[in-house]
Design a protein around this ligand. Structure first.
Ligand code: CA
Length: 583
């Protein structure tokens, strides 16, 4: 080694001394080489042209490398070309000089990708943008974004290339997207759109059943205007006022009828009314005149006193008659006799009212209430008082717990024209939905089923009184129907429910329904128990002593039969309000 190095040194020394004379020395041989990289990664396949003292070409390989060996001394320029269009180099050529034997001059080229492509789009269901959805890009590069409040996304600063756009992180099973990914290929500087349109998969619906009934103070009231069988008002000797009414145990009847020409006197019982039921549960019948007094309308309403006050029993006889299990006839007969030449005792117009609490018309010893009793007592005009009572008279609607289901089939709870199931019979007659809910089996047609039992704010299962509401939540999918029932507890076997097909939760097949569905309800008769007058039948849900009381009906489920006049329940809207809210 050392000897060879010495020989070379000697040759070099000879060459240098010879340079001063003729140039017969061997030429200097060097090289030009380098690497083409993009963002630090070697880029193969780039054309590299050498110019200057010699011309040559090469292609990068093996990690972006090129090399021009065996170059004689001189100036050289290296120029690159043929690189991808989305790569940008600050300089595409460089110069160097080969001047040293054996040395390689290095010219490197470092570039960057051009990121001017973008992918945008909207993630929506039923034209409503879905916020917060993750949008992922995979392919040429990876990337991600999130949809905004309007459901749109925009992922920019992307290389041109091929991408798979995938959405994830949306609420399931609320929304369904198929497919969840798609391919896009944005070019340089190009914005491409990838929209995702899904549909509702399954959402909860809140159903609210409100008792819209007014709390009625009186089950019955009326005006006594024309004596039985007469054409004219006012009750002369031998004439009588008579009327039929229903009353349940615990209720009593009061009336007021003026004594004509008396300057404010009127007949009627005291605030406790006339008892209608004995302690043993039988109806009071017969002469009840001893429960009637003569009253004086003064500054206060007081018992009439004085020499000119007649004995009640000398003027009228009041009798009660039973005309049904909870039905009565009251008769007020003018028992005075017409005596020629004397003033005839006559009764004016009056009112009658069935009540459960005392003092429906006045409170003894207290001023008149201004509702019309003064006009009755002083002028014999009962119209105002009858109207005032009428405003507080009627059936207080009481609703009951019930089953519910979201479903696709028909006749989940009943089918009109066919007999009620065992569960529907029990439900309609007692208000207990347990057995009926148990019959709603989770077969293919039932999506979700259950029963609502406890009023909102309540602690225990129970009926729904005026102002109260039941609420339940049921899952619904497009195509699902809603069926439920709520008992009409003032009857024997009646219940409110939609028809056998139920109520469409997605009426247009895609959009969930929210709104009032009260007018889609019907008052149904289970056909299992004979109907009594609503609100007073002793075998009705609110009053029966045992669940199975009442006369079997052996009929089909049908819309409420007109066995009774239902003056206060013809309009569903007066008793119930049902709203559906899609959540
Ligand atoms: Ca019935």
């Amino acid at each position: 080694m050392s000897r060879r190095l010495a020989a070379c040194s000697l040759a070099l020394a000879l060459a240098l001394s010879a340079a001063c004379g003729e140039s017969t020395e061997p030429p200097i041989i060097g090289a030009v080489q380098g690497t083409v990289t993009v963002e630090g990664t070697g880029l193969d396949g780039v054309s590299v042209a050498l110019g200057g003292a010699a011309n040559a070409s090469a292609t990068t390989s093996g990690g972006g490398n090129y090399s021009f060996p065996n170059l004689e001394a001189g100036s050289y320029t290296v120029t690159i070309s043929g690189f991808p269009q989305d790569v940008s180099f600050a300089q595409t050529s460089g110069s160097t000089t080969v001047a040293t034997q054996g040395r390689a001059q290095v010219i490197d080229f470092g570039g960057d990708y051009i990121r001017t492509a973008s992918v945008n789009g909207t993630v929506s269901v039923n034209d409503m943008g879905i916020a917060g959805v993750t949008v992922s890009l995979a392919g040429t590069e990876s990337g991600s974004g999130t949809t905004g409040d309007d459901g749109t996304f925009n992922i920019s600063n992307l290389r041109m290339g091929s991408y798979t756009v995938t959405i994830s992180g949306y609420e399931e099973p609320r929304y369904v997207f198929d497919p969840t990914s798609q391919q896009v290929s944005p070019g340089l500087g190009q914005a491409v759109t990838a929209d995702f349109t899904g549909m509702i998969g399954e959402i909860p619906f809140t159903v609210r059943i409100e008792n819209m009934s007014e709390l009625k103070a009186f089950p019955f009231s009326g005006m006594l205007a024309t004596p039985l069988g007469e054409m004219m008002d006012d009750m002369a000797p031998g004439m009588s006022y008579g009327f039929n009414f229903d009353a349940t145990p615990g209720q009593m009847i009061s009336f007021a009828a003026g004594l004509m020409g008396s300057e404010g006197m009127f007949f009627g019982p005291d605030g406790g009314g006339i008892a209608l039921w004995n302690d043993d549960g039988t109806q009071v019948t017969g002469d009840v005149t001893d429960q009637v007094m003569l009253w004086q309308m003064g500054d206060n309403v007081t018992a009439a006193m004085g020499d000119d006050v007649p004995e009640v029993s000398d003027v009228i006889m009041v009798t009660l008659e039973s005309i049904g299990p909870a039905s009565f006839h009251l008769n007020i007969l003018n028992v005075t006799e017409e005596v020629r030449g004397e003033q005839t005792m006559m009764l004016t117009q009056g009112v009658a009212v069935v009540h459960s609490t005392p003092d429906p018309l006045f409170t003894a010893g207290m001023p008149d209430r201004g509702a019309g009793l003064a006009a009755l007592a002083r002028r014999g005009m009962a119209g105002d008082l009858a109207a005032a009572l009428g405003a507080h008279t009627g059936i207080t609607g009481v609703l009951g717990p019930g089953p519910y289901a979201s479903h696709t089939g028909s006749g989940v709870l009943f089918m009109p024209g066919t007999p009620a199931s065992a569960g529907l019979k029990v439900y309609a007659e007692t208000g207990d939905p347990t057995m009926l809910a148990g019959e709603v089996m989770p077969d293919d047609g039932i999506h979700q089923a259950g029963a609502f039992l406890v009023p909102v704010g309540g602690m225990a299962p129970g009926p729904l009184h005026p102002g109260q509401a039941y609420e339940f939540t049921v899952a619904g999918r497009p195509g699902d129907m809603l069926t439920f029932a709520t008992g009409f507890a003032q009857a024997n076997d009646l219940f409110y429910a939609p028809g056998p097909d139920g109520i469409a939760l997605f009426p247009d097949g895609a959009r969930p329904f929210s709104g009032d569905v009260t007018d889609m309800l019907t008052l149904w008769d289970a056909g299992t128990e004979l109907n009594e007058r609503p609100g007073s039948g002793l075998n009705q849900v609110l009053r029966q002593a045992m669940p199975d009381m009442g006369t079997p009906e052996m009929e089909m489920v049908d819309e409420r039969k007109v066995c009774f006049v239902y003056p206060d329940i013809t309009n569903v809207m007066d008793f119930i309000k049902v709203t559906i809210t899609a959540n």
